[in-house]
Design a protein around this ligand. Structure first.
Ligand SMILES: Cc1cc2nc3c(=O)[nH]c(=O)nc-3n(C[C@H](O)[C@H](O)[C@H](O)COP(=O)(O)OP(=O)(O)OC[C@H]3O[C@@H](n4cnc5c(N)ncnc54)[C@H](O)[C@@H]3O)c2cc1C
Ligand SMILES: NC(=O)c1ccc[n+]([C@@H]2O[C@H](COP(=O)([O-])OP(=O)(O)OC[C@H]3O[C@@H](n4cnc5c(N)ncnc54)[C@H](OP(=O)(O)O)[C@@H]3O)[C@@H](O)[C@H]2O)c1
Length: 517
């Protein structure tokens, strides 16, 4: 049974009438202890941690859109699903109970909404509130946050003009990592010649029916490999048109070890065993890819060959130019992509786009791939810190000039945390750790009588990009993101095992931060 997304609350403390241009005329703006930005998987998780671990603090969640769920509400294309297992993409504090490790988008959305309800944090969400600016004052030890009211039903971008001001002691940005209003579409010269429909998966039209039609999906990232088998179920034919191949790993749709653990162990023990099995498997796969890329290449290629017909040109279509895990490894449950190729309902063309005809795409080698619908599965447009303009004591902050502290705070920016998940493991593993760390920080500030904590820049050493993938969306977005340093606490190891120790038990007062009274 689908769980309806909670409706927008009609009134809440601090609400300013829509037609009031000056937001806090003659009265103090509303103040909260912790202001969470974003009601996606991370923001809802953060609020659950805050309300259970720091119950005395006031918390509000500002959400630009009119729904909980973020990614899992936005993306509606056929077949949308997770590509990491739900036992680790789900929260540690609320285990995922479905035996299937890979879940579809609606199931994940339901899980986030149900968690919000169960923990009562749905009541803290203020929909249609986009945070535009945040100014820190060290003298007052607080953020002044400028919020723009947005139009219901929109992606939280169009505004109807009214603004609101709030203040908070701690700003906790859980805004994800990409723009909601538009995905990335490359320049496609001559696209105007094409008379069919052109669709980006980020904004899949509810009325689009691809049954019996010829579909070309441009790209072979996680979006494309999810879409192709789903569309192939009803389309006349689906062509995945890629300019370069991707490493793909077919995994069984079920998890017999997890099923056995659930049969044999009490629920708590089984949940924990399955989580740790999945965490360790993902880490081992990643470590093997980095330390012995040749071995990993052979294993992956063997898996691909086994699922494709004899004589299939694996070298051209499924052998990437990069090493495994230079880009995120794409998982296909039960090898559904390969099944579609084997059955002839889908095929792969590896070539670059030259031009368009009224009913197809012409590639550089001269092939015309017929199409009624063209899907540009060409990726996301990265956005750092929710696009919020930050200012500290009157000085604008350029996020790319900052260095990330523990991958969750920005050098020189007091009392602000952000959530960016792992590139090589489930996002929520890091999100949960960051939330636990923020709770520890807040408790420590209170206990030690200090008002704020500010991360410092590393005094020396090399700096590098925050994310270590070579994927197109990461390369395009790096100049917007903070940097990382070459040693702890500024170096990101992308290792949950290392981070568990540091985030749950590591020293709070280390060389990378200053606590101020
Ligand atoms: C299709 C798809 C599938 C994915 N699958 C996986 C997977 O299997 N495993 C995995 O680990 N990761 C996956 N990811 C990455 C995924 O984004 C994360 O897993 C996770 O959902 C991110 O949650 P989040 O809450 O941090 O961000 P989001 O889901 O992006 O939510 C951010 C929320 O913040 C709001 N917001 C943003 N800026 C502002 C602002 N300025 N003011 C107010 N509100 C704001 C947005 O409206 C949104 O609701 C996937 C990503 C995509 C696009
Ligand atoms: N759980 C899931 O199943 C799932 C689903 C969707 C997305 N995601 C996540 O969302 C993120 C983005 O994934 P994504 O698949 O949307 O994007 P992506 O990984 O950036 O892949 C984009 C694809 O488009 C291709 N492309 C880009 N520009 C092109 C051009 N000018 N001509 C031809 N091809 C072009 C790229 O080719 P090149 O490789 O040659 O550059 C690549 O194959 C990732 O973090 C991913 O993990 C996950």
């Amino acid at each position: 049974m689908p769980v309806p997304v909670p409706s927008r609350p009609r009134s809440y403390p601090g609400r300013v009438p829509d037609d009031e241009p000056v937001p806090h005329r003659g009265r103090e703006p509303e103040h909260v202890d912790v202001l969470v930005v974003g009601a996606g998987l991370s923001g809802i998780g953060a609020a659950c941690h805050l309300t259970t671990r720091c119950p005395g603090r006031t918390v509000a969640i500002l959400e630009a859109r009119d729904a909980i769920g973020g990614t899992w509400d936005l993306f509606r294309y056929p077949g949308v699903r997770s590509d990491s297992d739900m036992h680790t993409l789900g929260y540690a504090f609320r285990p995922w109970r479905d035996p299937k490790p890979i879940a579809d988008g609606p199931a994940i959305l339901r899980y986030v909404v149900e968690t919000a309800r169960e923990y009562g944090v749905d009541r803290l969400v203020r929909f249609g509130h986009r945070v535009e600016r945040a100014r820190w004052s060290s003298a007052d030890a607080r953020w002044t946050v400028h919020v723009r009211r947005t139009v219901p039903g929109d992606q939280g971008v169009d505004s109807h003009g009214s603004t609101q001001i709030l203040t908070c002691s701690f700003l906790y940005v859980c805004s994800g990592y990409y723009r909601y209003d538009a995905g990335y579409t490359p320049d496609l010269p001559g696209i105007e010649e094409f008379t069919g429909r052109v669709v980006h998966p980020q904004h899949w039209p509810a009325d689009l029916d691809c049954s019996g039609r010829r579909v070309v999906v441009v790209g072979s990232g996680a979006t494309a490999v999810t879409l192709v088998p789903a569309l192939a179920e009803t389309a006349a034919h689906v062509t995945m048109l890629q300019r370069s191949p991707t490493w793909i790993l077919a995994l069984p749709g079920g998890d017999p070890l997890a099923d056995a653990a659930r049969r044999l162990l009490p629920e708590r023990a089984a949940t924990s065993a399955v989580r740790w099995k999945n965490i360790l498997t993902a880490q081992l796969t990643y470590r093997l890819s980095r330390s012995a890329p040749g071995v990993m290449r052979s294993l992956l290629l063997r898996g691909v060959r086994a699922r494709l017909p004899e004589g299939y040109d694996v070298a051209t279509h499924f052998t990437p130019r990069y090493a495994p895990w230079d880009q995120r490894l794409c998982l296909v449950p039960d090898g559904d992509l390969f099944r579609a190729i084997r059955s002839g309902t889908a095929s792969v063309v590896t070539d670059t786009i030259d031009s368009f005809t009224p009913d197809g795409v012409r590639t550089t080698s001269g092939t015309v791939v017929p199409a009624d619908v063209l899907v540009t599965a060409t990726g996301l447009a990265v956005l750092a810190v929710g696009g919020i303009e930050l200012e500290v004591d009157g000085q604008p902050v350029r996020v790319p000039d900052t260095v990330a502290y523990k991958g969750m705070m920005l050098s020189g920016v007091p009392n602000l945390a952000f959530t960016i998940g792992y590139t090589n493991a489930s996002w929520t593993l890091k999100a949960d750790l960051v939330a636990q760390y923020v709770c520890r920080l807040l408790d420590h500030l209170t206990a030690s009588g200090r008002r704020y904590v500010v991360p410092l820049e590393p005094a020396s050493g090399r700096r590098g990009p925050l994310l270590d993938l070579t994927s197109g969306y990461v390369r395009r977005g790096l100049q917007l993101m903070p940097q990382q340093g070459d040693r702890v606490p500024w170096r990101l190891h992308q290792s949950y095992l290392r981070d568990v120790r540091m985030f749950r038990r590591g020293r709070l007062e280390d060389a990378g931060v200053r606590f101020v009274r």
